[in-house]
Design a protein around this ligand. Structure first.
Ligand code: PLP
Length: 367
């Protein structure tokens, strides 16, 4: 346990009517709550100076190491408002331990799991009025850590900062649960053996933006990345893990081979599928297998999953040479039903039988 105490500086809150107008139609990642959390770290003093403070710009030296060498990691989780008004988050300690795995890879300091969860809870509690109550709405919480030492030189920084900000959000993809088209990236990879593919770091996303643009030029919403050395072997999308569904009650998903991000949604869906008696194969999965399986009818559904977009049915995989198309079979039945169950647990309409939810205490909620 950490004995850090949080200082609190109350923000000038956005007037309720302006906040309500935002919550009516929040979009995704466009608006931020009144407060943020900041915790400082130095190699000598460790974690210190924990604060809940007004949301706003952070002072930063132009030589700050994160700006030059990209030493940054992040997390993403959501707070959900249930019908009785209470607020919960989903498996925050999983995000905390994944942040520490990312920290180890990026030579950033580890943060005690309890401190991570405490920081998230405090921010959501103080800005509870920002947790929307509409269908498919939530408060998206973004913890992140940056190296913040002023020097030009390539070594791990001896100063860092952990911050948490939060953004009220509606669905990640607009237009309901529509199947998306994804573009097979053949010229660009997001990860290679020994690289940072399993770490949630900003640099991975920077490298995914060019292929993402190519996907958009080809009428696709997302990119499918394959193994750098074996272009037929599937890794994941730019920010979501991938599942194929077979007609023999089997789910197939790429194994955590060090190149892909260990998604918490992925892990939760594997559990829910097993609970239903499905077999789940975590192993190497190829585009050829997908193509042949759809052609002969043994692969019936494909979906992508992640916290932001939950479960997104895949309608098409496109490449310059071929298109794999589920036609009017997408979204598939299991895709929709797993989505319903997972969101049902999060919003409190289904039993939380695995103890995945953490309740946010109702303090500071009144405005
Ligand atoms: C965050 C992320 C995911 C999804 O992880 P969840 O914990 O399910 O949100 C998948 N792939 C990448 C590259 C990611 O950054």
């Amino acid at each position: 346990m950490t004995d850090l105490t949080f200082a609190h500086t109350e923000a000038e809150r956005l007037p309720a009517k302006d906040r309500e107008a935002i919550l009516d139609n929040p979009g995704f990642g466009d608006h931020f709550t009144d407060h943020m959390v900041s915790i400082a770290w130095t190699r000598d003093a460790g974690w210190h100076d924990a604060q809940v403070m007004p949301y706003g710009p952070i002072p930063m030296d132009p030589a700050s190491s994160v700006l030059h060498y990209g030493q940054e990691i992040f997390e993403g989780l959501k707070a959900y408002r249930r019908a009785d008004g209470s607020i919960v988050t989903f498996r925050p300690e999983e995000n905390a331990s994944r942040l520490n795995d990312s920290a180890a890879r990026l030579a950033l300091p580890e943060l005690p799991v309890e401190l991570f969860v405490e920081a998230v809870k405090r921010l959501v509690a103080v800005d509870a009025a920002w947790v929307p109550s509409g269908a498919d709405q939530s408060l998206y919480v973004r913890p992140f850590m940056i190296a913040d030492e002023s020097f030009l030189g390539v070594r791990a920084a001896q100063r860092a900062r952990f911050l948490v900000i939060a953004s009220p959000s509606g669905p990640y993809f607009t237009g309901g649960i529509k199947p998306v088209s994804i573009w097979l990236s053949q010229d660009f990879s997001r990860a290679g053996h020994g690289g940072t593919g399993a770490a949630k770091c900003g640099g991975n996303y920077a490298a995914s933006l060019l292929p993402q643009n190519l996907a958009a030029e080809n009428g696709c919403q997302q990119v499918l990345f394959t193994d750098a050395n074996s272009p037929d072997t599937i890794d994941e999308l730019g920010g979501m893990n991938l599942f194929l569904v077979r007609d023999d009650k089997t789910l197939v998903t790429p194994a955590l081979n060090g190149n892909i991000l260990p998604g918490i949604t992925r892990k939760s869906l594997i559990q829910l599928a097993k609970d239903r008696g499905y077999a789940v194969e975590e192993r190497a999965v190829t585009v050829t297998e997908w193509r042949e399986g759809v052609a002969n009818g043994s692969i019936t559904e494909a979906f992508a999953c992640g916290t932001a977009a939950v479960i997104t049915p895949i309608g098409q995989l496109k490449s310059p040479d071929f298109t794999i198309d589920f036609g009017d079979r997408a979204p598939g039945e299991l895709t929709l039903s797993l989505r319903e169950e997972l969101t049902g647990i999060q919003y409190g309409t289904h039993e939380d039988r695995h103890g995945w939810l953490t309740e946010i205490p109702a303090v500071g909620a009144a405005v």
